[in-house]
Design a binder for this molecule. Structure first.
Ligand code: KG4
Ligand code: ZN
Length: 340
């Protein structure tokens, strides 16, 4: 099977999804993701429970990926794993598994920065054969991060702006929790918003200098707003759910684009991509297309399966490091605060 092929096993375990992927010459052959429902009743990820679930899931998930790809484990050329950023206990499980498996198979080990992985998902082979050209700007929006990144090359990236407090995904999830919507709230707020009136309620947009974001004020404003309204009418959330969701969602999306548009104009970069879990959001995707036409951008929107955490994005990052012979030794350790 192997010959001249480059076969990468990708492993992702930075938060609450255990994922393994097989990538052959940049093309996804398997991308298995095991979510963890154990966190639902807590309204957020419980780190200790996440690492325990990764321990249970990692072997079956890797096994399923190898079987689905129809390869033998001996065909794998290298193992790419998420070294950080993320929850330390979760990262330890993926890192230890990757190290042991690479040692057993006697193949090289490649470390991947999770945030670079989200961005490099745009280089996974696609039917249209359409990939961003360097330099491009990527707005990476996830549960843990909100970043504007100038991508000059596969591993030459500069963060020009980021959130100073909550991430965009957190802004979705925390508001959902206040409204009694289960975790993760982002996809449900997206769904409810579809039938809501986005102009019904007004929430504030932060106005920081430069390209940085802030979402904590928005979260506080929805909390106080709902407390006040619920005191007058205990059915307020129930009766206005879709309009609250639509108004709140549109505020987040507006603040995201305010800085993105500013950055692309200032730097005169017309290639624009989005990445990360929140890039699954339907309003974000449609606004990128709409504003993209106005601003004359060439836009790149990842397929749904590569927006939220997945090992396909780790495998593609691993592929580009593999061709550069960028390997790490058995002494590598995870880094919960790894920077781009
Ligand atoms: O990238 P990701 O899977 O994990 C991190 O690295 O954080 O992102 C997860 C985040 C969660 O906050 C989730 O609510 C959000 O992505 N998310 C969405 C949507 N799908 C996932 N937020 C808004 N709309 C969606 N459709
Ligand atoms: Zn992520």
């Amino acid at each position: 099977m192997n010959g001249k092929n480059i076969i990468i096993l990708g492993i992702e375990s930075s938060c609450d999804d255990t994922s393994a992927s097989i990538l052959i010459n940049g093309e996804i052959k398997a991308n298995i993701v095991a979510g963890q429902s154990v966190h639902k009743k807590f309204g957020g990820v419980v780190p200790e429970l996440a690492s325990r679930a990764h321990q249970q899931n990692i072997i079956p998930v890797v096994d399923a990926a190898i079987k689905e790809a129809g390869i033998d484990k001996k065909d794998i050329n290298a193992i790419a794993f998420t070294r950080g950023p993320g929850l330390l206990g979760s990262l330890i499980v993926g890192t230890c598994f990757a190290k042991s498996f690479a040692l057993a198979l006697n193949i090289p080990l490649v470390e991947v920065n999770h945030m670079q992985g989200h961005i490099l998902a745009h280089f996974i082979k696609n039917k249209e054969n359409r990939y961003p050209n360097f330099p491009f700007i990527c707005m990476t929006v996830s549960g843990g991060h909100t970043q504007l990144v100038v991508v000059k090359d596969y591993f030459d990236m500069e963060v020009i702006g980021e959130t100073i407090d909550d991430a965009a995904g957190e802004a979705f999830d925390k508001a959902a929790k206040i409204m009694g919507i289960p975790y993760p709230g982002g996809p449900l707020i997206d769904k409810f918003s579809k039938t809501g009136d986005a102009k019904k309620f007004k929430f504030p947009i932060s106005n920081l200098e430069g390209y940085n974001y802030s979402f904590s004020g928005l979260k506080t404003s929805i909390l106080y707003f709902l407390q006040k309204e619920m005191a007058k009418n205990p059915l307020f959330i129930e009766e206005n759910k879709v309009d609250i969701c639509a108004s709140y969602q549109s505020t987040i999306i507006k603040s995201l684009f305010k800085k993105l548009v500013k950055a692309t104009r200032d730097l005169n970069i017309k290639q624009v991509a989005i990445a990360g879990g929140v890039s699954a959001n339907s309003l974000l995707r449609s606004e990128l297309n709409r504003i993209g036409i106005q601003e004359n951008w060439n836009v790149f929107i990842p397929p749904f399966e590569f927006t939220t955490d997945n090992a396909g994005m780790i495998a593609i990052a691993g592929h580009y490091k593999y061709v550069k012979n960028e390997f790490v030794g058995q002494d590598v350790t995870p880094n919960a605060r790894l920077k781009i």
